[in-house]
Design a protein around this ligand. Structure first.
Ligand SMILES: [Zn+2]
Length: 86
């Protein structure tokens, strides 16, 4: 399996996972740390040239999880209310 990190830099972690009885794979903890994936985060799964790609969907404020009035700073979405607290 091949992982695409940060939308382009390809990195194989050498981790092998088996499909479980419910048809699921778990994402290695190392990868969730690299991509800052937390419980409840949404992922977009694509099939590209026979490879599965998984991309984190960041459409909510990284701090309060609001989905309104978002701005992007250093590839993170932040709502204007949280931005004003800095
Ligand atoms: Zn916020």
């Amino acid at each position: 399996m091949v992982y695409y990190v940060n939308g382009g830099c390809m990195k194989s972690l050498g981790i092998v996972r088996s499909l479980d009885k419910e048809g699921r794979y778990s994402i290695p903890k190392e990868l969730t740390r690299i991509l800052d994936i937390e419980t409840g985060d949404k992922l977009r799964i694509k099939l590209v040239n026979g490879d599965i790609t998984i991309v984190k969907v960041e459409e909510m404020c990284s701090f309060c999880k609001s989905t309104e009035n978002l701005v992007e700073i250093h590839h993170k979405k932040i709502c204007k209310l949280c931005l004003n607290e800095f």
